[in-house]
Design a protein around this ligand. Structure first.
Ligand code: FPP
Length: 250
């Protein structure tokens, strides 16, 4: 049974001081490596270390959901060597980290079209998810071979399959079929690496997220950098379509 969360366009969610859900595009691994005259994949390896630190930092700060864009539907266009190395890193990270995640109360979810990944990786994902299913301290979602448009189309098609002959699809109806239906919408979106784009990430779910862009490259993004993002979030006035005056009346 999926918990129903508020939809930021249909309802007015409560905005907590610490974001409940942080979503991150981890960009800049290649540049981080290039600056050090290292191969791009060295940047990805360092990026995995940062994932571990940021998961722990989120737990310490009481953030309930962390969603990371690890591999987009478009990343297959990268050189084959780099794609292979990224796949190896995912396998290694799953082999090494799931135990610790479990001990730390992390519930792991991997969302995206996993059919293109090899069987070994898919098995490790299934095992990691099954092992950590009942953990509730932090839900860590890794988006892999994920695209926001794919997610929406997939949801519409699955809804159609389950509701033949019905032609009115509501916001709630669709949201329940999206891959992140188990999570509240992100409060804070962070993109590292200096670009200011959403890059086909959570197109539906980011409707009212606060957007934070930083030049810091992902392999340099640490707890302090996360705190700067949270401080910026805390200064924002989240109106969800209302006026500032209406907020003062509450
Ligand atoms: C973008 O940097 C980063 C990626 C496409 C891969 C991100 C993946 C990781 C950090 C590993 C994640 C691992 C787990 C286990 C979740 P880029 O290569 O586009 O950097 P650039 O813009 O400097 O070239």
């Amino acid at each position: 049974m999926i918990k129903r969360f508020f939809s930021s366009t249909a309802d007015i969610p409560e905005a907590a001081a610490v974001p409940r859900h942080v979503a991150i595009i981890m960009d800049g691994n290649g540049r981080w490596a290039k600056k050090r005259l290292m191969p791009r994949v060295a940047g990805h390896a360092q990026g995995v270390e940062r994932v571990r630190d940021i998961v722990e930092a989120c737990i310490r700060r009481g953030i309930g959901y962390l969603t990371l864009f690890a591999f987009s539907s478009e990343n297959w266009r990268r050189p084959q060597d780099e794609v292979n190395r990224l796949m190896e890193l995912f396998v290694m990270a799953l082999e090494r980290e799931v135990d610790k995640m479990h001990r730390n109360g992390v519930c792991l979810k991997v969302v995206g079209d996993l059919s293109r990944f090899d069987q070994r990786l898919r098995d490790l994902i299934a095992q990691g998810e099954a092992r950590t299913l009942d953990n509730a301290r932090l839900t860590l979602t890794v988006c892999a071979n994920y695209g926001g448009r794919w997610d929406i189309l997939n949801a519409v098609n699955r809804w159609r399959g389950d509701n033949p002959g019905q032609d009115e699809l509501t916001e709630d109806g669709l949201a329940a079929y999206l891959t992140l239906a188990y999570a509240p919408e992100p409060d804070l979106f962070i993109r590292t690496g200096g670009e200011q784009r959403i890059s086909n990430f959570l197109l539906w779910q980011l409707a009212y997220a606060e957007l934070y862009f930083t030049d810091t490259l992902w392999p340099d993004f640490d707890g302090k950098a996360l705190d700067l993002a949270i401080a910026s979030y805390q200064k924002r006035e989240r109106r969800f379509g209302r006026t500032s005056e209406q907020l003062l009346e509450r």
